[in-house]
Design a protein. Structure first.
Length: 142
């Protein structure tokens, strides 16, 4: 097999896999009505099409950027902090909408027979997420 043909096959497989995973995530959000619930919680229901377009566009751009190892080339710590803040707001709102739609915590506490420990379970999840994020930001250097 020639190097050009193997490169084309890798390009096709990587792009197809990324689009399949991104499409699956978007389909999950659409099926569970997370986007409309997010719009309802933020009282911006008239902009629900913008949210959906942003999710699909972000999934596609993220797939392409990851596949080609895209870098912005900006070394501004302020810009990095601002982008990180926007990502954190989005993920937090998305997690809140997902929890609201699925009632994840009460169901999890009931199944694990931990109803009286629901507050502790919530704190463990929050502190675990914070600890993991801090580890990735400050300690883990790939």
């Amino acid at each position: 097999m020639t190097p050009a043909l193997s490169l084309l096959i890798l390009l096709f497989l990587g792009l197809a896999g990324g689009i399949a995973v991104g499409g699956g995530v978007i389909a999950l959000f659409v099926v569970l009505d997370i986007i409309p619930r997010l719009a309802q919680l933020s009282r911006t229901y008239n902009k629900v099409h913008w949210y959906e377009g942003a999710m699909v566009s972000g999934s596609f751009v993220g797939t392409v950027a990851d596949f080609w190892n895209f870098k912005l080339g900006l070394d501004s710590e302020v810009l990095s902090a601002f982008i990180g803040m926007l990502n954190g707001i989005f993920i937090g709102m998305l997690a809140a909408a997902l929890t609201e739609v699925l009632n994840v915590l009460p169901i999890l506490a009931k199944r694990l027979h931990m109803g009286q420990y629901l507050f502790g379970l919530l704190l463990a999840m929050v502190f675990g997420k914070v600890a993991g994020s801090l580890f990735e930001w400050f300690i883990y250097q790939p």
